[in-house]
Design a protein around this ligand. Structure first.
Ligand code: SF4
Length: 65
C-alpha cells in the first residue's frame, strides 16, 4: 500500500490503470489496489507497473481469446 502505482505522473502506469478501492482479503474487507480491467484496451504492454512496484505485487497475465 505504498500507493506509487496511483501516482498520475505516468511513470508508473502511463494510462493510470490502478485505483484504490475496498478489496476482500481472507475473510475481511479493507482498502487495497485494483486494476481497471474495463479499460484494459488502454494498456500499452510496456510492463512499467510490474518493474516499478517495490513489492513485486503486480504480475501481468496473458488474456486468452
Ligand atoms: S501494488 Fe505495489 S506499487 Fe501499488 S501500492 Fe502495492 S506495493 Fe505499492
Amino acid at each position: 500500500m505504498c500507493e506509487q502505482c496511483l501516482d498520475e505522473n505516468g511513470k508508473f502506469s502511463p494510462k493510470n490503470l490502478f485505483y484504490k478501492d475496498i478489496v476482500k482479503k481472507v475473510g475481511r474487507e479493507e482498502e487495497g489496489i485494483r486494476y481497471k480491467f474495463r479499460e484494459i484496451v488502454k494498456c500499452q504492454g510496456c510492463l512499467k507497473c510490474e518493474l516499478s512496484c517495490p513489492e513485486g505485487a503486480i504480475k501481468p497475465v496473458k488474456l486468452e481469446n
